[in-house]
Design a protein around this ligand. Structure first.
Ligand code: HEM
Length: 407
């Protein structure tokens, strides 16, 4: 074997480990911590009782009495991630405890200062992000058991009971279903570099299957999440203070900045999966959609963001497939694109059910026992986008990536 090709084989261009992505769990934080050092018990005591404190409107009073804690006793990445998760949950509860019409416009310094410090340390914004709500917020009941809903639990919750639990855990399963796809993507990038048409073909076929499995996992939302509860109870706690008429100028982080700061709310648009697939398959979104999606990358852990950038900088799969003249590769590529568009069509139907239809039902049912839904957010997603037109454009642009055999 020639030294150069040996080199390529033993030192592939792309590995998951370089980007702190797990071979078993993908972008999920493997077995997240549930306990912080004793010094942080004032945070944990509040975070562990969050749904009750919010529902009884006592959270703000409790937070106001919380001591200002020093972050120096946090050690290691997993503790910092847990601290971000804890502080982000408390923050969302604090701001939205009394609903959309009475948000808190100032986050008190005993919460704002440590939250901003933890966020800076992790390279994350000081707001709840997908990597808190989902990636670091899961635990197995029986550690040896399978990753299925009945063997999973969230670590922290908001009001919303079983639907909130289902919403988070189904998304955990979506992230898990993406793991073979992420590995296939790495295999494919390396197969272009080596080059190895057989390995590339196999990788594309694996990627298609994984995308289809993601769609299947997404379907479990119907089994576990009640649309009325999602719309009227859960959604507000994921909402941010950017492009949100309920908090039009943003939120003042006391002791951090006199000026209010604006951040988008938590959304699976911040999940790295589809960003990575889009870059790999060469999907090009409209300027407006791309601006939003690229902004969402600032809400990912920096190593996951770097992974997307690495794929963006890798040799183009589309160019490779076209110039290879290999019909099997072209078909396999197109099947990936079609599966990705189908996933986005399925997601659109979910959004119609959980947002659009739920919104009109809520309007018609103002007198019911459920609290009033966040009206200012009716047309917008938690990330702040004008939802349906954005999602349709993203789906349609995916289909435009389909390749046609030349000649
Ligand atoms: C009830 C379930 C869900 C609802 C109501 C929902 C809603 C939305 C909304 C409103 C947006 C627009 C962006 C924003 O403003 O936040 C969005 C975008 C997005 N969502 Fe979801 N979502 C759900 C579940 C999921 C799950 C489980 C995933 C998978 C991780 C996901 C992945 C995405 C992605 C990747 C985008 C960005 C657009 C794209 O790249 O296609 N969503 N979602």
């Amino acid at each position: 074997m020639e030294p150069q090709s040996q080199n390529l084989k033993t030192a592939p261009f792309l590995t998951l480990g370089r980007f702190h992505i797990s071979e078993d769990y993908g972008f999920l934080l493997p077995n997240p911590l549930r306990e912080l050092p004793g010094h942080y018990s004032p945070w944990m005591e509040i975070a562990n009782r969050l749904p009750q404190l919010i529902e009884s409107h006592q959270l703000r009073a409790q937070v106001n009495e919380m001591p200002l804690l020093n972050c120096q006793f946090l050690t290691g990445y997993r503790e910092w991630r847990l601290a971000h998760l804890v502080l982000s949950f408390i923050t969302m509860g604090y701001v939205w405890q009394d609903g959309e019409t009475q948000p808190k416009e100032i986050l008190p310094r005993n919460l704002a200062l440590p939250f901003v410090e933890v966020s800076k340390n992790l390279g994350l914004p000081p707001i709840l992000v997908h990597s808190d709500l989902v990636l670091a917020n899961w635990a197995t009941r029986n550690p040896g058991g399978p990753l299925e809903i009945r063997n999973l639990d969230t670590i922290f919750s908001f009001p919303g009971g079983e639907s909130l639990r289902g919403f988070i855990l189904v998304t955990v399963l979506v992230e898990k279903a993406a793991v073979p796809g992420i590995k296939a993507l790495v295999q494919a990038v390396n197969a272009i570099l080596q080059p190895s048409p057989d390995s590339l073909l196999q990788a594309l076929q694996r990627l298609r299957v994984s995308i289809q499995d993601i769609t299947g996992a997404l379907g479990q939302m119907h089994d576990y999440v009640n649309p009325d509860v999602f719309y009227s109870v859960i959604r507000i706690f994921l909402s941010g203070w950017k492009d949100n008429p309920a908090l039009p100028v943003g939120l003042v982080y006391e002791g951090v900045s006199e000026e209010p700061l604006s951040y988008s709310g938590g959304s699976a648009a911040q999940s790295t999966i589809l960003h990575a697939f889009d870059e790999f398959l060469g999907v090009r979104h409209s300027k407006e959609s791309a601006d939003f999606l690229h902004r969402m990358r600032d809400y990912m852990p920096p190593s996951h963001r770097a992974f997307v950038e690495e794929i963006r900088g890798a040799p183009s799969l589309r160019t490779h497939v076209l110039s290879s003249g290999n019909g099997q590769l072209l078909t396999a590529y197109n099947q990936c694109v079609e599966s990705l568009a189908a996933l986005r069509t399925y997601h659109l139907a979910l959004v119609t059910k959980y947002l659009t239809t739920a919104a009109s039902k809520a309007k018609a049912r103002r007198t019911s026992h459920l609290p009033r839904p966040p009206q200012a957010l009716e047309e917008r997603g938690t990330g702040g986008s004008a939802v349906v037109s954005f999602l349709k454009s993203v789906r349609d642009k995916t289909l435009e990536a389909l390749l046609h055999p030349s000649g």
